[in-house]
Write a protein that binds this ligand. Structure first.
Ligand code: SF4
Ligand code: SF4
Length: 160
């Protein structure tokens, strides 16, 4: 029987669970995180990909509210423009979102993707929190605010 470390809380709008710890992760190279995914791009990411053209689009108002980013990676037929088969053609220059996936470590929360098949909730991960926090600096503040607001709205509805 699988023993779950704790009971994580789902944030449906972003398909992630708020957790109190990093679970174990071993990438299965399924390529799911490069398809049908919002990959926000911050100035650091755009600088890293300098020289490439036509790979990004403006974010929608809700995407900006959640991520704080003005741009996102372009997907063609739901696939990232840099994905070939299951291979990232800009691996060494990939955005922070891709480097930290399936985790986001904000100033106040640890979030874990619900879609990544490489997560094992029965084992504690050996990932380094400060490392993931550094890679989440672009999204951290907006996402914490977004979750604060959503959590308040939900608890108000439950009390009614
Ligand atoms: S979804 Fe998870 S297992 Fe699949 S490629 Fe991405 S990180 Fe690896
Ligand atoms: S940049 Fe690379 S790792 Fe990131 S979504 Fe695109 S193909 Fe995947």
């Amino acid at each position: 029987m699988i023993q779950v470390l704790h009971t994580p809380v789902l944030i449906p709008e972003i398909g992630m669970l708020v957790s109190d710890t990093l679970p174990h992760h071993s990438c299965r190279r399924c390529g799911r995180c490069c398809t049908s995914k919002l990959v926000p791009l911050y100035s650091k990411d755009l600088d890293r990909l300098d020289g490439f053209k036509g790979f990004y689009l403006p974010t929608t108002a809700q995407e900006r509210e959640i991520t704080g980013a003005e741009c996102k990676m372009k997907m063609v037929k739901s696939r990232c423009v840099f994905l070939e088969g299951r291979r990232c053609t800009v691996y060494d220059r990939r955005p922070d979102t891709c480097r930290r996936h399936p985790f986001i470590v904000t100033g106040r929360r640890i979030l874990v993707s619900t879609a990544c098949p490489g997560i094992d909730w029965s084992r504690k991960g050996d990932g380094c929190l400060p490392y993931y926090k550094g890679l989440s600096s672009g999204i951290s503040e907006s996402l914490d605010q977004f979750i604060d607001v959503r959590t308040k709205i939900r608890s108000r509805r439950t009390r009614l």
